[in-house]
Design a protein around this ligand. Structure first.
Ligand code: 0O2
Length: 221
């Protein structure tokens, strides 16, 4: 009957929405554990900030339309892989790759795709490391693999991307050429800053290693 159909649809929809919420919780826990473990063991924290979101229904529908998908949950689930999104900011580029490796090594995570817009920036200057992963979530009567997009960036990359995003929408996607060029220049500046910070960071680490060797000598170990 109609009533039964409505009820079934409602259950499907609720399951659909909460599965992304659960997947984000799983990923957030993993990141939090990595962050804490790193702090305890290495006395250093590669993760500055983590932010996650479930894509809004409007935004999902826009993407369905844009990609010319059938309007059903199965098609959406399989083809829109950033419904659950996590953005991680790190201090240094080396942290990004370190963190990405640690995520990819985890046995319950399947890496579907790794897009390196740091080695290959987008033409507009956008840089970030994107991982599309699948993570299992365990519910009362089933197990499901859920896609999650993890974007890993430095603070400078994030600063650039959020300004670019704002400008893109402010000009309703028709950004004047001069501003596009300015953004590209800013992306180059951000890249130079990242490289400079990385090299200073490395220098400090070398110094730290030397001085801890001295500590050991002092301790006569
Ligand atoms: P929102 O509002 O952040 O959710 P896809 O369309 O995702 O299947 P694509 O284009 O290959 O395929 O994905 P890509 O390049 O990995 O980009 C996905 C997300 O990365 C975007 O999500 C943005 O969050 C971010 N991103 C990519 N390119 C840019 C860019 O040039 N500038 C900024 N500021 N962010 C970018 P959405 O869904 O487009 O947007």
């Amino acid at each position: 009957s109609d009533m039964q159909q409505m009820k079934a649809l409602k259950t499907d929809l609720i399951r659909f929405m909460v599965s992304y919420k659960f997947a984000l919780q799983e990923v957030n826990t993993k990141l939090d554990i990595l962050k804490q473990e790193f702090q305890y063991i290495h006395d250093y924290n590669p993760i500055e900030h983590v932010k996650s979101r479930v894509k809004s229904p409007e935004s999902i529908l826009r993407k369905v339309h844009h990609k010319g998908l059938d309007l059903n949950l199965t098609a959406i689930k399989e083809n829109i892989r950033d419904i659950a999104g996590v953005r991680v900011t790190c201090s240094f580029i080396s942290d990004i790759y370190e963190l990405s490796k640690m995520i990819q090594k985890q046995k319950d995570i399947t890496v579907i795709e790794c897009k390196d817009y740091i080695k290959n920036p987008k033409p507009n200057g956008y840089r970030s490391l994107h991982l599309i992963i699948q993570i299992p979530i365990f519910m009362s009567d089933r197990e499901e693999n859920i896609y999650v997009e993890i974007q890993i960036r430095t603070i400078a990359m994030d600063f650039w991307a959020s300004l670019e995003h704002k400008i893109y929408y402010k000009y309703d996607k028709e950004v004047p050429a001069t501003m596009l060029q300015e953004l590209k220049d800013a992306a180059e500046t951000a890249k130079n800053l990242d490289e400079k910070m990385e090299s200073i960071h490395k220098e400090v680490n070398q110094y730290k290693e030397i001085s801890s060797e001295e500590d050991l000598q002092e301790l006569d170990i």
